[in-house]
Design a protein around this ligand. Structure first.
Ligand SMILES: Cc1cc2nc3c(=O)[nH]c(=O)nc-3n(C[C@H](O)[C@H](O)[C@H](O)COP(=O)(O)O)c2cc1C
Length: 172
């Protein structure tokens, strides 16, 4: 068993502060390749990416969400575009692949919600039938990147049911 890979999955955290170091193009290429190979329902791959490294465009995208400071601080953002027919489940898998691949090459990430996605679409020129509701901020973690302000995780007893859902799980 590749214990190191397992530990990396468990230790993947959202990072919201980055150094000034530009993103290495080879790292970006590797991350996008991992994204491209994400599995999807019926292998439809109903997604595409807008890589934003122009600071002005990035700031304009950041203005379309409410908690987007990680985007402002990161050198690069990958915007996840849902093509027509795209599934949320697939987009989630895609985002996680981006974050795990980034982590594997030493790049820190934070998922970011673009609450006013119609404005996001205007900023990056999406056609009417495409939408982008999430972006991933990418960069090299700053020393002060710190821990999530939202804490750890729920205990297993509260999450895991065996054979039948028990509404009281975790409260006994
Ligand atoms: C769908 C989704 C949307 C998120 N949107 C934001 C966001 O807009 N801004 C932000 O700073 N973090 C955002 N996050 C990051 C979460 O706050 C973070 O994953 C969660 O607090 C757990 O953090 P940890 O993995 O570092 O423990 C988002 C995460 C997900 C999965």
């Amino acid at each position: 068993m590749d214990d190191a890979s397992y530990r990396r999955i468990l230790s993947l955290r959202a990072v919201r502060h980055f150094t000034d170091r530009p993103l290495d193009p080879q790292h970006l290429e590797m991350i996008l390749e991992a994204a491209r190979w994400t599995g999807s329902a019926k292998n439809r791959q109903d997604w595409s990416f807008v890589v934003v490294d122009d600071p002005q465009v990035k700031a304009a995208v950041a203005a379309t969400g409410d908690f987007t400071d990680p985007l402002r601080r990161a050198p690069v953002a990958i915007l996840i575009v849902e093509e027509p027919g795209g599934y949320e489940f697939d987009s989630g898998r895609l985002a996680q692949n981006i974050m795990l691949a980034a982590d594997a090459v030493g790049v820190a990430t934070c998922p970011v919600t673009l609450h006013r996605h119609h404005d996001t679409a205007t900023v990056v020129g999406l056609p009417e039938d495409r939408r982008c509701r999430f972006a991933i901020a990418l960069g090299y973690a700053a020393a002060r990147s710190g821990r999530s302000p939202y804490g750890g995780r729920k205990p297993p007893a509260q999450l895991i049911h065996r054979n039948r859902y028990r509404p009281s799980a975790g409260t006994e």
